[in-house]
Design a protein around this ligand. Structure first.
Ligand SMILES: [Zn+2]
Length: 174
C-alpha cells in the first residue's frame, strides 16, 4: 500500500465566500464534514467570546475550552442544554471517521476541530470507552449540582452508540 491510497484525515479551512464548495476543498476520498459555526460539531465557546475576555490567544483558549467541555467538564456550562449538545457530538463523532473536517479557522490557528479529528481517529472500542467515561463524569457533575443524572448505568459502563442515541431521543422528546 502506498501513501497515495491512504486517506489521512486532516483539518481544512472552510471558505466563507459564495460559491465555495466543501467537495472542492478536500482531496479525501471519504469526503469532509463542516464542523464550524452552526454545525452540530460547533464549538459553543466561540473565538469572539474569548476575544471579549481578552485572552491572548482566543483560538487556543476556545479550543482548550472545547476539549475540556467535551471531556465532561461542566464548570463553564452546567446546563441541560450544554449536556445535550455534548451528547449530540459524542454520538456523532463516529460519522467523522476517515473524513476531513472543515472549520473557518486558518490551518495555523488552534481549532476545536483538531480534537474532533483526534477522537475520530481513535479505535472505535477505545472511543466508546472514552465516551462512557465522559458520560459518567457528566452525571457525577450533574448530581453534585443537584440535577438528575441523564445516563443509564449501562451507558456509563460501556457506551453503545445506538443505545445512547435512543436515550438522547427520549431526553430531547423526539
Ligand atoms: Zn475552528
Amino acid at each position: 500500500m502506498t501513501a497515495t491510497t491512504l486517506a489521512v484525515p486532516a483539518r481544512i479551512q472552510r471558505g466563507r465566500t459564495k460559491g465555495w464548495r466543501l467537495a472542492d476543498a478536500t482531496t479525501n476520498p471519504n469526503g469532509a464534514v463542516i464542523v464550524s459555526g452552526s454545525s452540530r460539531f460547533a464549538n459553543a465557546c466561540t473565538i469572539a467570546v474569548m476575544r471579549e475576555m481578552r485572552d491572548v490567544d482566543p483560538h487556543a483558549a476556545a479550543a482548550a475550552n472545547f476539549r475540556m467541555w467535551l471531556a465532561g467538564d461542566r464548570t463553564n456550562a452546567p446546563t441541560d442544554e450544554a449536556d445535550r449538545r455534548r451528547e449530540r457530538i459524542l454520538v456523532s463523532v463516529p460519522e467523522l471517521r476517515g473524513k476531513d473536517v472543515a472549520c473557518t479557522c486558518r490551518p495555523d490557528q488552534a481549532c476545536h476541530a483538531d480534537e474532533l479529528l483526534r477522537l475520530a481517529g481513535m479505535p472505535p472500542a477505545e472511543y466508546d470507552a472514552w465516551a462512557a467515561r465522559v458520560r459518567a463524569r457528566v452525571d457525577r457533575g450533574r448530581v453534585s449540582w443537584g440535577d438528575a443524572p441523564i445516563y443509564s448505568d449501562e451507558e456509563k459502563a460501556a457506551a453503545t452508540h445506538g443505545h445512547a442515541g435512543f436515550v438522547m431521543q427520549q431526553l430531547l422528546g423526539a
